[in-house]
Design a protein around this ligand. Structure first.
Ligand code: AMO
Length: 429
């Protein structure tokens, strides 16, 4: 067996026993007759101690290994108060599983600053660093806890197509692909499918979804390939019911992350203030009033980064909703009352992390709305069909996973929150 224990599993119970550990060599200190090797596995670090006169061959091989080579080491786990973790492995046997080339394209423990592009070009090595791994452990937790919450509330996990004949969020920002000679798109969101599912009887669904958006802007908060938690729920009377799910899911996930990811939050030096429920609701009209005191902003303008930042300075909360947006700045599927869409954004520290709405469920109204917007209904044949045979009132939201993490962990670039970011310049690795 290459590994009998991970670093975190070893304790007093193992002192004096034979164990095998495996991982990456982080550091080697060769003092001549004795050598100390720091081995790293996914949970932490361990010390291996080699004594030359006990096994000169093994000693020689071990100290000649390059940093970040992978080994499995077998020996006695010995108590030693002076060593990290309170024990060391007195090595008796070793298997070299993979030698690392030298020099490394970037350091793992060196405190030297490497620029972000070098880090992303060498993402696999970058991920060996504690503060990078911590982000992805919290990402893993967030998705797990959000799913747990939604499942408890009766949401069924679904997976909808990512290749589609129609685009949901507007025409220009799509990646076109050649589908056996026919034009097709990578979906911008599961919007059309999750709505269609509301007519299926599975009246609460969620998806951990991929968004593909050919947005031209190259910013610290946009990706061309991003992930989201999308939900859709039927038999609602207003968007308030959807907002309640959004805020309770956020609250549940943050609480659980605080409880279960304290190690990672410490590594990232993040202190989380859990805001109380319900999160404040600020109407778009109120936002306009606030903004107009400082900048030229007209009713009907969309909120960009500058506006969101300015607004955040005027509200005392970290998490809040903006509600009742002008219909003209929301997509065709949003339900409305006069000039207001029943739509909302969830803001976290001055950035939109989710948006949602009650939808139009009445077929005739939907057709009227699409005609008003000059949309080509032929492209939406399957979507529209779902509205003709019994579509209950419904609504939902799309919740950006990277955006949430960026704000929770106070990271300045969204690319930190996805393993292999895709942006205008980056198609590799
Ligand atoms: P929207 O377009 O607002 O709504 O997207 C929902 C959320 O997804 C995240 N997001 C992004 N994150 C990173 N890079 C991007 N390019 C990007 N685009 C979107 C944001 C955003 O709040 N169908 C609707 C949702 C719904 O009504 O259910 C939609 O896609 O956090």
């Amino acid at each position: 067996m290459l590994r009998s224990h991970y670093s975190k599993e070893i304790g007093e119970k193992d002192y004096g026993k034979k164990i095998s550990i495996a991982g990456w060599i982080e550091d080697i200190r060769n003092l001549g007759g004795i050598a100390f090797v720091i081995l790293r596995d996914r949970y932490g670090r361990m010390q291996i101690t080699a004594i030359k006169k006990q096994n000169p061959e093994l000693f020689k091989e071990l100290v000649s290994l390059s940093r970040e080579s992978v080994i499995a080491a077998y020996g006695t786990c010995q108590e030693n108060e002076k060593v990290m973790n309170g024990w060391e492995l007195l090595i008796e046997k070793m298997e070299v599983l993979a030698k690392a080339d030298t020099p490394l394209p970037m350091g793992v423990i060196d405190k030297v600053n490497v620029d972000f592009d070098t880090r992303l070009d060498n993402r696999i090595i970058d991920l060996r660093r504690d503060e990078v791994k911590a982000i992805f452990m919290i990402r893993h937790s967030f998705i797990g806890f959000a799913s747990e919450f939604l499942r408890k509330k009766g949401f069924v996990e679904v997976h909808t197509p990512k290749i589609s004949a129609a685009s949901s969020e507007g025409g220009t920002e799509v990646f076109r692909i050649d589908y056996f000679g026919r034009p097709a798109y990578l979906v911008q969101s599961p919007q059309l499918y999750k709505q269609m599912l509301m007519a299926s009887g599975l009246d609460r669904v969620y998806e951990i979804a991929w968004y593909f958006r050919a947005e031209e802007h190259d910013t610290s908060r946009h990706l061309n390939e991003s992930t989201a938690i999308d939900i859709e729920m039927a038999f609602i009377e207003s968007e308030e019911e959807v907002m309640k799910v959004a805020e309770e899911m956020t609250d549940y996930a943050i609480q659980k992350i605080v409880d279960e990811n304290s190690k990672e939050l410490d590594i990232l030096q993040v202190e989380v203030d859990l805001p109380s429920l319900p999160y404040p609701r600020i109407t778009y009209d109120e936002v306009v009033e606030i903004l107009q005191k400082e900048i030229d902003f007209k009713w009907g303008d969309d909120l960009g980064t500058d506006e969101e930042n300015l607004l955040a300075k005027h509200v005392d909360y970290e998490l809040y909703f903006i509600t009742k947006f002008p219909l003209e700045i929301k997509p065709f599927y949003a339900m409305f009352d006069g000039k207001y869409a029943r739509a909302f954004d969830l803001e976290f520290k001055g950035m939109e992390i989710a948006s949602g709405a009650q939808r139009i469920h009445d077929y005739d109204l939907l057709i009227k709305r699409m005609d008003e917007l000059g949309m080509n209904k032929e492209n939406f044949e399957d979507y529209l069909k779902a509205f003709r045979y019994g579509m209950p009132p419904h609504g939902g939201f799309g919740y950006g996973i990277e955006r949430f993490l960026m704000r929770l962990l106070n990271l300045t670039n969204i690319r930190e929150c996805i393993l292999f970011p895709r942006d205008r310049k980056r198609l590799r690795p």
